[in-house]
Design a protein around this ligand. Structure first.
Ligand code: F6P
Length: 340
């Protein structure tokens, strides 16, 4: 193998740069040249690329974003776009294309492989962690830390005013960031797509839970972490409805794209580094149409379509802890005497 290429596509995620670095250094180790395409799949169509050598990836492991830039390329769904990309890849003598991104990007890779004989390999990079076949995706751990840091700060002011705060986190249609950030921040409620019913039922549940929590703790702050895309109007609408029903002060906070930025935490850097090196090894072995991932501390390659054909479940034990064990409104009063 003499030449491979890499691109980053879809929502950027902290650790993408660490992954590019690992690909370049591992390829160089094996005497393979690396081409970096810019702006996701657009770079394949527009021939926007640059050679990547070790000096180009020095001092990037700690940087968020992606030095290759990213994009969502809707035109890549067409046959014509994939044919142009195939022609351009062949013209450059690329033997394998490594795609760092989410399931939309992997579908793009799979589409390309209908028209291109080279190898395609997906590396899971998205803050959402919504990719089946890997325990975690590159960027996910940093996004939890970022959300957590913000919720901790919201908690300070919520406590000071004994207010209700509703914090909306990202995750597209998955609740991984929401559940983990809620548990780690000791939030009172979590609303994520995997656990939510309809809006009216959720509102009733929150109102009842809020009353029970206040009976137990007295006036207190109360934090609800919600995933994005649950219903039109998101947390802003929910805060308004809760205020109307309870007359309590309810403040919405949307964390938004801040969760996509920042220096990757060590877990993301290490995952990105392992997956980048492993993807190059898989390319050398001639593998194609695969996604590399890590499960139970073991690196593995699976058919790329597995990543979107199955829905990754939330950890049921985390759900049980958050919703059952730690729900103080369900705790019995034991009448333990004070030790003082
Ligand atoms: O997939 C990552 C993600 O940040 C999602 O959590 C979010 O729904 C989406 O991208 C936002 O996309 P955009 O940056 O295109 O608005």
């Amino acid at each position: 193998m003499r030449k491979i290429a890499v691109l980053t596509s879809g929502g950027d995620a902290p650790g993408m740069n660490a992954c590019i670095r690992a690909i370049v250094l591992t390829a160089e180790h094996f005497g393979i040249q690396v081409i970096g395409y810019k702006h996701g799949f657009n770079g394949l169509i527009d021939q926007e690329y640059l050679p990547l050598k070790s000096r180009n990836v020095a001092n990037i492991i700690q940087r968020g974003g992606t030095i290759l830039r990213s994009a969502r390329c809707l035109t890549f769904k067409t046959d014509d776009a994939a044919k142009v990309a195939a022609k351009n890849l062949n013209a450059l003598g690329i033997e394998a294309l490594l795609i760092i991104g989410g399931d939309g990007s992997f579908r793009g890779a799979s589409h390309l492989s209908k028209y291109w004989q080279g190898q395609v390999i997906g590396l899971p990079g998205t803050i959402d962690n919504d990719i089946f076949g890997t325990d975690a995706t590159i960027g996910y751990f940093t996004a939890i830390e970022t959300a957590l840091d913000s919720i901790d700060k919201v908690r300070d002011t919520a406590d000071a005013f004994e207010r209700i705060f509703l914090v909306e986190v990202m995750g597209r249609h998955a609740g991984f960031i929401g559940l983990n950030a809620a548990l780690a921040s000791a939030s009172d409620q979590v609303l994520v797509p995997e656990l939510c019913t309809d809006f009216e039922t959720e509102v009733d549940n929150i109102v009842n839970h809020l009353k029970a929590a206040m009976n137990k703790r007295g006036n207190c702050s109360y934090i609800i972490v919600t995933a994005e895309n649950l219903w039109p109007g998101g947390v802003t609408y929910l805060a308004q409805v809760l205020h109307e029903k309870t007359k309590l002060e309810c403040r919405p906070v949307i964390l938004g794209h801040v969760q996509r930025g920042g220096s990757p935490v060590s877990q993301d850097r290490i995952l990105a580094t392992k997956l980048g090196a492993y993807a190059v090894e898989q390319a050398i072995e001639g593998k194609t149409n695969i996604m590399v991932g890590e499960q139970n501390n073991t690196l593995l390659a699976q058919p790329i379509e597995v990543s979107w054909q199955q829905r990754k479940p939330l950890d049921p034990y985390l759900v049980k802890i958050q919703q059952d064990f730690f729900d103080i409104t369900k705790h019995a009063e034991h009448g333990i005497e004070s030790i003082n």
